[in-house]
Design a protein around this ligand. Structure first.
Ligand code: ZN
Length: 105
């Protein structure tokens, strides 16, 4: 499904490009290349799956940019991202009024 994401997303003072081209050839449905600051989201998913995948990759960015990766390991990273992704997604999807409060105060 084609979703028109914004071209970029800002996270922790950094700008990441969002694209639908698997530049790294990872043959995965989604990933983030931290060095290139590129988030790949496959369009071979539903809209909800793509949005959830974007959130998933954002959480990977937070994990790494925060420096938590230095006191933890790769297994912990995926576990933590998978722990927070569905809860945050549900919170964001089911509470549009609160999200608007984040945007507009
Ligand atoms: Zn992951």
């Amino acid at each position: 499904m084609k979703i028109k994401f914004p071209k970029t997303v800002r996270i922790l003072s950094r700008t990441y490009e969002i694209g639908h081209v698997d530049k790294d050839g990872r043959n995965s449905l989604a990933y983030v290349n931290l060095r290139e600051q590129y988030i790949f989201i496959s369009q071979d998913m539903t809209k909800e799956e793509q949005l959830s995948s974007l959130l998933h990759e954002v959480l990977h960015i937070v994990y790494n940019v925060s420096g938590f990766d230095h006191i933890s390991g790769p297994k912990d990273e995926e576990s933590l991202v998978r722990l927070f992704e569905p809860g945050l997604f549900s919170f964001m999807k089911d509470n549009p009024k609160i999200l608007r409060m984040f945007l507009h105060g």
